[in-house]
Design a protein around this ligand. Sequence first.
Ligand code: HSE
Length: 309
Amino acid sequence: MKDNCPRNREFTVYVPATSANLGPGYDVIGVALDIYNEFHVTMGGTKKLDIEIEGEGADAIPRDENNLIYKSTLAGCKMAGVGVPNIRIHQKNAIPLNRGMGSSATAVLGGLMIAREIAGDRLEADDMISLAIDIEGHPDNLMAAYMGGVVINYKRDGIYRGVKFIPPEPLRAVLVVPDIQVSTKMARELLPDSYKIKDVVSNLGNISLLIHALHTGQYRLLREAMEDTIHQPYRAELIPGFNDVVESAKKSGAWGCAISGSGSTVIAFCSENGNEIAEAMKNAFKKHSVNSVSMITDISDKGACLEVG
Ligand code: HSE
């Protein structure tokens, strides 16, 4: 082990929520949202590890060596060949857990950004991202959280790469978060091993339309572009009332609507009427005896960042 050389003793890492898939872009598209988890870090105290958590998941997230931020910091430092100093992490979580909004991606990426602050140049950005994807498993959430904006990810020669763009016209995201947790692992196990060619072709058309709509600002195309035939039909059973929630969003003026990641959150895009759309979606859930809360937010242009102090 080389000596560790933290560049700063006290800093805060900000990592945004993300919404993956946007309908047809299963595992290849994600968008960063303007809702951030904050991890305030102080190094060099008297305790090996001291974790304080407030906000989402404060009752559920471990405060010991099993904490995902800390585990990711350890993994990053191990990759870089540096030791981990005594560390205090104060998590301020705004992103609900197990709801398809990239909460675990924030912990993994946040932990690795802490490792990078400790290791300096010994942990290259590309290696950090590859390790983050290895730990977390979902490049669509990870790349969007890291880069910001809308990110298309692909893999070449074993390396994940992302192409980022910012939609040209203002676009708001309405997230309706039902009181139901969905395990991503389970939601992936529901998917078939093979598909009918007509379903694949339908998704190819929709994903092409989706990128075009977001790239050019022709958001009216999102109504059809966010339809999906390869994961949503199988996952809808995990989200009671899903189809009604989508219909109510569209009826009240949303451009388009889909499951956020593997759920249970449902995301709709709009330019105006966000509150009205959120109310309609929550009411549709209520008709299926599901309580929900809503968040209305912008797309985050900048993605994850670190501030000293
Ligand atoms: N693309 C992944 C999935 C995202 O839908 O399973 C998980 O958040």
